[in-house]
Design a protein around this ligand. Structure first.
Ligand SMILES: [Zn+2]
Length: 76
């Protein structure tokens, strides 16, 4: 899969979507925002809690939001 960075300041909160993923810049874990089970990154900087539709982040400067780019996309 290929990704495009869409946001890294999160001034408006933490969006989720069918093509959105969070990447931890510390441990490089990428977690789908609509993961069917709760997910977290390896170093514990962020956690996506599906049951509560909540994203917990310890250090917001260490994550970024990615959008999945499919091979037919015009947005490179
Ligand atoms: Zn991490």
């Amino acid at each position: 899969m290929r990704f495009k960075v869409v946001n890294d300041d999160f001034a408006d909160g933490f969006p989720v979507g069918s093509d959105l993923y969070y990447e931890c810049l510390t441990c490089k874990t990428i977690v789908f925002t609509q993961t069917p089970v709760s997910g977290d990154c390896l170093c514990g900087n962020f956690e996506i809690d599906v049951g509560y539709a909540r994203i917990s982040v310890k250090d917001v400067t260490k994550i970024r939001l990615l959008r999945r780019v499919d091979s037919k996309s015009l947005f490179e």
